[in-house]
Design a protein around this ligand. Structure first.
Ligand SMILES: [Ca+2]
Ligand SMILES: [Ca+2]
Ligand SMILES: [Ca+2]
Length: 380
């Protein structure tokens, strides 16, 4: 028996962090349409592949930091402008834009598809993007936050990677206000993957989609979803979280009598009380009915999002914390030259920065289970 709530719950998705989602790689980029696209949650890590790490000439010189990828296809010519607006005052978002009209995601790491716009400006808490009044087509750490707008033609396909240097933020908005070219989205709505988490006595299943979903296409009784555990029991759904803005994530919370033995669930998607399954907000395509198997746990260790520096900017010293024992910490300049190394076996280490000039540096932190590069600002 399914427990039915009398009202639909819109719960906040803010402050949730998700690693290893499909849209963290170019090939599974989310298709966008004109308007305001809200992503009120964090991405952690770089997904399955780190496309930017070896891209020659790219302004994002530290590879991918908590990235997500977006696809834009145009069916009219016009001007493209956008703003990436952080919710948090401490988040530093950067981005790169690639023209893949006649090329593919595989051409990005090799440099065969160089960025057409790229911004690595270090200012936290402010919008970054391309627009009227912007400067240049690529900016490094000390550059301006906005670049020149772009003219696009019908048939053009652009890919945007949004990079979040600080991993402790709350998400962002991609706002196309001012764009005069029309984006077309012919992709059918599909489910990406699910994540299963068991916290206290509540099980949550997070489903991602390949494009923003219309939350009002989820019926008040959540009848689009049937969740069955690995023993064949149908579980009670107590709420479904979806944001009224465009999102690509739906979280189903379940409260079964016992949760300790749940290691996987099967989520069946079907037509709901409203007569449809789940509908995309860009093009009204409807996801096919079907079954998704969701297994607990993550397979890949990516420590980048869980290494923290404070304070940053640093005056006289900076403390680094990592989830695993560290082996070496190196300070590099922005050309990649190693200026200083220290060894430690702890999960926390403090470095003196009084000998460094004011400016931006890279910290390479090597741990027993992986390494990370973080940006450090020194300001005495
Ligand atoms: Ca990636
Ligand atoms: Ca930035
Ligand atoms: Ca529906």
């Amino acid at each position: 028996m399914k427990y039915v709530l009398p009202i639909f719950l819109f719960l906040s998705l803010a402050n949730q962090t998700f690693a290893q989602l499909p849209q963290q790689d170019c090939i599974d980029a989310i298709s966008l349409c004109n308007g305001r696209n809200e992503f009120p949650y964090n991405y952690d890590g770089f997904g399955e592949s780190e496309e930017l790490l070896t891209s020659p000439g790219l302004c994002l010189i530290t590879g991918e930091n908590n990235t997500s990828w977006y696809r834009m296809e145009f069916n009219t010519s016009g001007q493209l402008v956008f703003s990436i607006i952080p919710y948090s005052t401490i988040d530093d978002y950067d981005f790169a834009l690639f023209d893949l009209t006649t090329q593919s995601c595989a051409d990005i790491p090799t440099g065969d598809a160089p960025s057409v716009r790229c911004n690595f400006a270090v200012t936290p808490g402010v919008a970054t993007g391309i627009g009227v009044g912007g400067t240049g087509v690529s900016q490094g750490p000390n550059g301006t936050d906005f670049l020149l707008p772009m003219s696009v033609d019908s048939g053009d396909v652009l890919y945007l990677v949004v990079d979040n240097f600080t991993s402790n933020g709350q998400g962002f908005i991609i706002d196309f206000n001012g764009t005069t070219a029309n984006m077309v989205n012919n992709n059918s709505l599909t489910v990406g993957i699910g994540r299963l988490s068991v916290v206290s006595d509540t099980v949550k299943v997070a489903l991602t989609f390949n494009q923003p979903v219309n939350c009002s296409s989820i019926s008040n009784d959540f009848s689009e979803f049937v969740v069955i555990d690995n023993k064949g029991n149908t579980l009670d759904i107590v709420s479904v979280e979806c944001d009224s803005a465009a999102v690509v994530l739906v979280i189903i919370a379940i409260k079964p009598a016992t949760t300790v033995s749940i290691s996987s669930v099967e989520v069946q998607i079907q037509g709901g009380l409203d007569g449809n399954t789940i509908v995309a907000s860009c093009n009204a395509s409807e996801v096919n009915a079907g079954t998704i198997n969701v297994i607990a746990g993550l397979n890949t260790i990516d420590i980048k999002g869980s290494v923290n520096l404070y304070p940053n900017p640093a005056q006289g010293e900076v403390t680094i914390t990592a989830p695993y024992a560290m082996e070496q910490i190196a300070i590099l300049d922005l050309n990649g030259k190693v200026l200083l190394t220290e060894t430690t076996a702890a999960t926390q280490h403090t470095l003196t920065t009084t000998g460094l000039d004011n400016g931006i540096y890279l910290l390479r932190i090597t741990t027993l289970k992986g390494s990370a590069i973080k940006k450090l600002v020194v300001a005495h």
